[in-house]
Design a protein around this ligand. Structure first.
Ligand code: ZN
Length: 188
């Protein structure tokens, strides 16, 4: 659970630390606003993917499913700056599929906490394997990291792509290529 009082105290200290005056008019409401903002941005810490991932439908044919362009916003745990972009999730069912909005909900649960993109990619794939138990999952995340673009090496527009494969996708180049073709991504 987010402790709003602690965040407010910390923001006041941060403001002092950067040489600001926390009690000047423009900053008076800032600790409170930031505390409420973090409650929203970290909501995934208290959320559970078992809820969205438990709504499944039976299917007769196990055709590849790809949900692409699921937009997300997360926060890198190294700098506490946003990274944001798109998640694409493919899976080969084993008799059951998910409602499409459930994949977006799953991404949201893992995005709304301090994260590392590679870890988040793996968590999404693992959760789908655990709760849906498909033949395999492939999760691709592409994101721009503010800690790369507004500070440090300053490479605006550069994106980090991470991939996690589980089950039948592991070592199956044909299946992986099918997903990349559907994404029109990874073609050079
Ligand atoms: Zn960072």
């Amino acid at each position: 659970m987010v402790d709003q009082d602690k965040i407010k105290e910390a923001v006041k200290l941060l403001l002092e630390g950067i040489g600001e005056e926390p009690f000047r008019e423009g900053l008076l409401g800032t600790p409170d606003r930031v505390a409420r903002m973090y409650t929203e941005l970290m909501a995934g810490m208290d959320a559970d993917v078992s809820e969205p991932l438990s709504k499944v439908f039976a299917v007769e044919h196990n055709e590849l499913v790809l949900e692409k362009d699921i937009f997300f916003y997360s926060m890198c745990e190294h700098h506490m700056l946003p990274f944001y972009g798109k998640a694409h999730i493919a899976y080969l069912p084993d008799g059951k599929v998910l409602g499409l909005s459930k994949l977006a909900r799953t991404v949201e649960v893992y995005a709304r906490r301090l994260q590392i993109q590679e870890q988040m990619t793996g968590q999404i794939a693992d959760a789908i394997m655990e709760y849906l138990a498909p033949q395999g999952v492939m999760a691709v995340l592409e994101a721009e990291h503010m800690c790369m673009t507004m500070r440090g090496v300053k490479k605006p527009g550069s994106r980090t792509v991470s991939v996690a494969m589980r089950g039948v996708f592991e070592g199956n180049a044909q299946l992986q290529d099918q997903v990349y073709r559907m994404l029109k991504l990874g073609q050079g």
